[in-house]
Design a protein around this ligand. Structure first.
Ligand code: FE2
Length: 182
C-alpha cells in the first residue's frame, strides 16, 4: 500500500516536513484500505460524477493537476507578495493532495465496474469524510481546514490563504468541464 500511494502521488516528495509527508501518505493508505476502489481504478474512473457520462479525464489526472496548479500559485504568491501574504508550501501541498481523499469512501462500484455515489457518500460528502480520516492519521488542523473548505461547503467559513488556493485550483479545473461557453 505504501508503494501504491507513492506511485499514485509522486508529488508527496514536494512536502519537506517528513512527519507531514508521512501523515499525508498515511491518510491515502488508510482511505485506500477502506475503499472499494484500487489504485488502478483511480487512473480509470472520471474525476467527477457531475459532468455527464462522456467525461474522460481520470480521477488521478484531475487531482494531480490541482496539486501542480496549487504549488505554482503558492510559489508565485510568495515571490510577488512575500511577507504580505505568506503561503505555507508544505501545508498547501499536503492539503491539495488530501482535498479529495474522502472521495474514496464516497464511491461504490455498480455491476459493470462503474463508479457511483454510495449511500455513505450521499450522507457524508468527501470534505467531511476526508477530515475524519485525516484526523485519524494525525494530520494537523491547518491541513484538515483545506480538506473541509475546498468545496462549496467551504463558502460558509473564512478560508486560510492555502485553502483559497486549493479551492480555486480545484474549481478552475472543474467548472469548464461542467459548463463553458465554447
Ligand atoms: Fe472535492
Amino acid at each position: 500500500m505504501v508503494e501504491d500511494v507513492n506511485n499514485l502521488w509522486p508529488e508527496l516528495k514536494w512536502i519537506n516536513d517528513a512527519s507531514l509527508r508521512e501523515k499525508t501518505a498515511g491518510t491515502w493508505e488508510l482511505a485506500l484500505s477502506r475503499s472499494v476502489l484500487c489504485p488502478a481504478d483511480l487512473e480509470r474512473i472520471p474525476f467527477t460524477l457531475l459532468c455527464g457520462p462522456d467525461l474522460k479525464v481520470s480521477f488521478m489526472a484531475h487531482k494531480r493537476c490541482v496539486v501542480h496548479i496549487a504549488r505554482e500559485c503558492g510559489e508565485k504568491m510568495n515571490l510577488f507578495f512575500g511577507a504580505d501574504l505568506p503561503v505555507n508550501m508544505d501545508v498547501l501541498i499536503s492539503g491539495a493532495i488530501l482535498a479529495d481523499v474522502g472521495k474514496l469512501l464516497e464511491y461504490e462500484l455498480d455491476g459493470n465496474g462503474k463508479a457511483i455515489q454510495g449511500k455513505y457518500g450521499q450522507y457524508i460528502r468527501h470534505p467531511f469524510s476526508g477530515v475524519s480520516i485525516a484526523e485519524e492519521c494525525g494530520v494537523p488542523a491547518e491541513v484538515c481546514h483545506i480538506i473541509a473548505s475546498h468545496a462549496q461547503e467551504g463558502d460558509l467559513v473564512k478560508r486560510s490563504t492555502e485553502a483559497y488556493i486549493v479551492h480555486h485550483a480545484d474549481f478552475m479545473t472543474f467548472l469548464p468541464f461542467k459548463s463553458r461557453l465554447t
